[in-house]
Design a protein around this ligand. Structure first.
Ligand code: FAD
Length: 419
């Protein structure tokens, strides 16, 4: 199940496996955006950082996702104001903007070659949602002085998409999109250049004590601070936080390269695209004009055997003109969602930190999490505390019983999408 990203990744030397005993100021478990950005920002502040990755850099969601880098938080701003009040909602909005800016500036500063392109379209798949879109644009302009959203009415939709399946759209000019694996590999190189050490094929089996002793099958790291950056891949490593996140699988395909005419017809402005369905469809063009299309989820341990067919049916509903287009790649990945769709940050003990649960918004938010944790470990806790104080409930049923409840809720919402 090679992904398009894996097949087109920038070359880089593999990292060694941890063998023997090492010491560090900060040990990080997991080399996705959370772990890599934390490593980079901490190493830049002078900390000795060791990252332990069970597989290879960006083996998890960071090397498999849609590559959409969206502004704001995963929940919309109106909901955040209702839930937390204007002051906290404003801080969250500002951090959401800063997260996208952080991604862009890391790409520029470290010269990361990752097909960065600008703009996003968000489509209403039901007529009644168009009113909400217009209200959201007005709300953001009035309350946040934000003017980078433009409403595209149905009669102008041909300017935005080559599909008849939608009723209106928001053209978001502040968001961007990229090749997610090459972005992660660029972060890894930047972290290594800043002095961090990354070990691959070094799965952490346990940790204990303070300073924390972190163990793998072939070595151990003793560190003053530990960061858990495993997100949807954490499995049973830390039962204390597991009930707050739910791992779900999401799937993506890449078509064969499209002709210039077809590429321009289906995505005229070369933006990323997403629709308003609960189980969201999202898509964009790659650097070589393939359609990268994500859609469909499952909540089991296993991926579908025919991912190309599974995702292809969602793609053809939106683009029937691609019925005969060959699908070259199909792959899946696991992400972690939370009950309120906001990230779940906190500490298990004074020196063991966790950052996860980005709920499908992790390209900017996990990158930003690395910046926040570097601030926090350096003693500036304010912004980390704002995030960690956002109350996230446990999934009903805890670790064992969260699946059946989740599956029924997801099926209910996906049926509601259709009717
Ligand atoms: C198919 C898909 C599409 C998505 N699309 C988007 C999108 O378009 N935009 C967006 O913003 N977000 C998207 N997301 C979400 C986004 O990819 C994630 O939120 C983000 O990558 C999380 O980064 P992370 O570093 O926290 O976790 P991950 O990238 O999952 O990294 C966790 C790492 O921890 C390692 N690990 C786990 N356990 C151990 C252990 N015991 N020892 C050592 N290492 C361990 C894993 O091997 C893994 O490499 C998508 C996710 C998926 C799966």
């Amino acid at each position: 199940m090679t992904s398009y990203y894996e097949a087109t990744k920038n070359p880089r030397a593999p990292c060694k496996m941890l063998e023997g005993s090492e010491t560090a100021d900060v040990c990080i478990i997991g080399a996705g955006y959370t772990g890599l950005s934390s490593a980079l920002h901490l190493a830049e502040r002078g900390y000795k950082v060791i990252v332990l990755e069970a597989e290879t850099v960006a083996f998890g969601a960071s090397g498999r996702n849609g590559g959409h880098v969206g502004i704001g938080q995963r929940s919309d701003q109106v909901e955040l104001e209702e839930q937390f009040g204007h002051e906290i909602a404003t801080l969250l909005w500002d951090m959401g903007l800063e997260a996208v800016d952080t991604v862009k500036s890391l790409i520029t500063t470290h010269n990361i070659d990752c097909d960065l392109k600008h703009g996003d379209m968000h489509f209403a798949h039901k007529r009644k949602l168009c009113g909400d879109m217009k209200k959201e644009i007005e709300f953001l302009a009035d309350r946040y002085n934000f003017y980078d959203f433009e409403y595209i009415p149905q009669e102008r939709l041909h300017e935005a998409v080559g599909s008849n399946g939608f009723f209106g759209a928001i053209w978001d000019k502040a968001s961007c999109h990229l090749h997610p694996l090459n972005y992660a590999l660029g972060l890894a190189d930047a972290a290594i250049n800043a002095g961090a050490i990354i070990y691959e094929h070094s799965r952490v089996s346990s940790y204990s004590g303070s300073p924390v002793v972190v163990s793998t099958a072939s070595g151990q790291v003793t560190a003053s601070e530990l960061i858990l950056a495993c997100n949807g891949y954490i499995e049973k490593l830390e039962p204390k936080i597991n009930g707050y996140i739910m791992p779900i699988n999401n799937f993506v395909l890449a078509t064969e390269p499209l002709s210039e005419d077809m590429a321009h017809c289906i995505i005229p402005k070369d933006t990323s695209m997403a629709d308003s369905r609960f189980v969201i469809n999202y898509w964009k063009l790659s650097g070589d004009n393939r359609l990268i299309f994500g859609g469909g989820e499952n909540y089991r341990q296993k991926f579908p055997t025919d991912i190309k067919g599974f995702v292809g049916k969602y793609m053809r509903q939106i683009y029937p003109q691609l019925t005969d287009t060959k699908i070259d790649y199909g792959w899946g990945g696991t992400l972690a969602i939370t009950m309120n769709r906001l990230p779940h940050f906190g500490r298990i003990q004074e020196n063991i930190w966790y950052l996860h649960g980005y709920s499908g918004h992790g390209v900017p938010t996990a990158t930003f999490a690395g910046k926040l944790i570097a601030e926090a470990i350096s003693g500036k806790l304010e912004r980390f505390d704002i995030m960690s104080n956002l109350s996230t409930r446990r999934f009903p049923g805890g670790t064992l019983l969260r699946w059946p409840g989740m599956v029924s809720a997801m099926l209910y919402y996906s049926l509601r999408d259709r009717f």
